[in-house]
Ligand binder design. Structure first.
Ligand code: SAH
Length: 222
């Protein structure tokens, strides 16, 4: 972990952050590497100042443009599910948003490719990622329902906005042995899914738990 991260964290007491980690453990998060990275990542820099005092609560918070920064529990859970079969080299994230999940991933996998459809959110996220001196993140302003074809295949895909059904393009960009974690469903009900590509034409699907994400939307916003 670099010292810039620690400086950021100086603002919030170790106790506050340990309390968040204890809560995540109670909720069933078991991967110690994930828990350590969540504990040591300054979540307050991903949130507007007016709300930053709530950064270490386990809740999602608004980040503008009708979007939210994901709840720490869900970030930890999705990351843990992605890493369960072993380390990942190349991970695609769909929905950069604040960049918080991106930064958690960047500390646990070799390379993160993250796409966002709303340009101003992407620009803010880029500044935060630079501030934290993480050099293994590539961002792109695009409709992530299409994935990032010229960078694929990916051995991990994590989607942080909910499509009504699993996008074909993303399945195609998943490497054999790759894992995709995503919410699927509409405003009424969504379920967290994990899909493993076990062979060229073979996908294993698991439905894990009910979740609430903003919808995956088509097109881009400048
Ligand atoms: N991982 C983010 C979650 C942000 S909310 C965080 O922790 O902050 C989900 C994000 O997905 C929003 O920023 C939204 O604009 C983005 N999104 C929705 N549909 C998208 C699409 N088709 N392509 C790329 N990004 C999309």
């Amino acid at each position: 972990m670099n010292d810039v991260l620690f400086q950021g964290i100086g603002m919030t007491s170790r106790r506050t952050r340990d309390r968040l980690i204890a809560r995540l453990r109670e909720q069933g998060i078991e991967n110690d590497k994930v828990l350590t990275v969540v504990r040591d990542t300054p979540r307050h820099i991903f949130i507007d100042e007016a709300l930053s005092h709530r950064a270490y609560e386990d809740s999602s918070l608004p980040i503008g443009f009708n979007q939210t920064i994901s709840q720490p529990y869900i970030v930890a859970r999705m990351t843990e599910l992605l890493l369960e079969d072993g380390p990942r080299e190349k991970v695609l994230e769909v929905g950069t948003g604040s960049g918080y999940q991106t930064v958690i991933l960047a500390q646990l996998v070799d390379q993160v490719y993250s796409v966002e459809r709303i340009r101003p959110l992407q620009e803010k996220a880029r500044k935060r990622i630079q501030q934290l001196r993480l050099h293994n993140v590539m961002l792109r302003h695009t409709d992530g329902g299409m994935g990032w074809p010229d960078r694929g295949p990916f051995d991990g895909i994590l989607v942080t906005a909910a499509p009504e059904k699993v996008p074909e393009e993303l399945l195609e960009q998943l490497a054999i042995g790759g894992i995709m974690v995503l919410p699927v469903g509409d405003g009424e009900g969504q379920v967290l899914m994990r899909i493993r590509r076990t062979a060229e034409d073979e996908f294993e699907r698991e439905e894990l738990e009910p979740v609430r994400f903003v919808p995956l939307l088509a097109g881009t916003v400048r």
